[in-house]
Ligand binder design. Structure first.
Ligand code: 13P
Length: 252
């Protein structure tokens, strides 16, 4: 059985003071978490150290939104997996569509990052998803297949079991327009079948596949009821403690 993981991607929101307020509110709103659900928050880099100390001892896990593929050195502006671990991160989001779109990240680069994350002991949350144009051209399965194979190739089965995949249709991100539970389930089933092809049934049955794209308290339960949807990667609705905690409760 895959683990249910609800993660909040804060994106480029919340300065240090605002982060502190949100983290304190989240800790009290999520003092009890449904059993079997893992909650992860992913604040911007500048708030990670603070978040690490505020969340220490709580049931809320910490993740970063990106990382580089080296441990240290002359890579101006980058942050290494070792640095993330040192402030208490256990997860790292890789290959978000905004990084693919604005920072030209490729499947090959995301694959390198995934291997590096595992080598360092971080759990990668690897994002895939088609654009509106690709969906309208009916090439969603091809796009997803290419991304999944490209991002996951060369991982060991043990690493893959600990990898989280997030299906985030680009047209549903920040638009208020979520994929229908059926649309999402269809792609999630495809992703699981691809993992099965690459890593075997055991791994495919265990891997967590999150849905992301306009997840809100109102639509979370129905999305999470789908057979192959094992969690959510939440953007806008994770910036308020009440809406994020309502989504977490919907996972029960
Ligand atoms: P929204 O929930 O704001 O649509 O963002 C989804 C997302 O991109 C999470 O990574």
């Amino acid at each position: 059985m895959p683990q249910t993981i609800i993660a909040g991607n804060w994106k480029m929101n919340k300065d240090l003071r605002e982060s502190e307020d949100l983290l304190i509110a989240l800790k009290s709103a999520l003092a009890t978490i449904p059993s079997g659900t893992t909650v992860v928050v992913c604040p911007p880099f500048t708030s990670l150290a603070l978040a690490g100390s505020l969340l220490n001892g709580s049931a809320i896990a910490l993740g970063a939104q990106n990382m580089y593929v080296e441990d240290e050195g002359a890579f101006t502006g980058e942050v290494s997996p070792r640095m993330l671990l040192a402030v208490g991160c256990r997860y790292v989001i890789l290959g978000h569509s905004e990084r693919r779109q604005y920072f030209h990240e490729t499947d090959e680069f995301i694959n390198r990052k995934a291997k590096k994350a595992h080598a360092a002991g971080l759990i990668p949350i690897i994002c895939v998803g088609e654009t509106l144009q690709e969906r309208e051209k009916n090439i969603t399965p091809l796009v997803i297949t290419t991304q999944v194979r490209g991002c996951l190739q060369g991982l060991t089965p043990a690493q893959m079991k600990r990898t989280v995949i997030a299906y985030e249709p680009v047209w549903a991100i920040g638009t208020g327009k979520n994929a229908t539970p059926q649309q999402a389930q269809e792609v999630h089933a495809l992703i699981r079948s691809l993992v099965k092809e690459m890593f075997g049934t055991d791994v495919a049955d265990a891997v967590t596949i999150q849905y992301g794209g306009s997840v809100k308290p109102e639509n979370a339960a129905e999305l999470l009821r789908q057979k192959d949807i094992n969690g959510a990667l939440v953007g806008g609705a994770c910036l308020k403690a009440d809406s994020f905690s309502a989504i977490v409760r919907a996972s029960a």
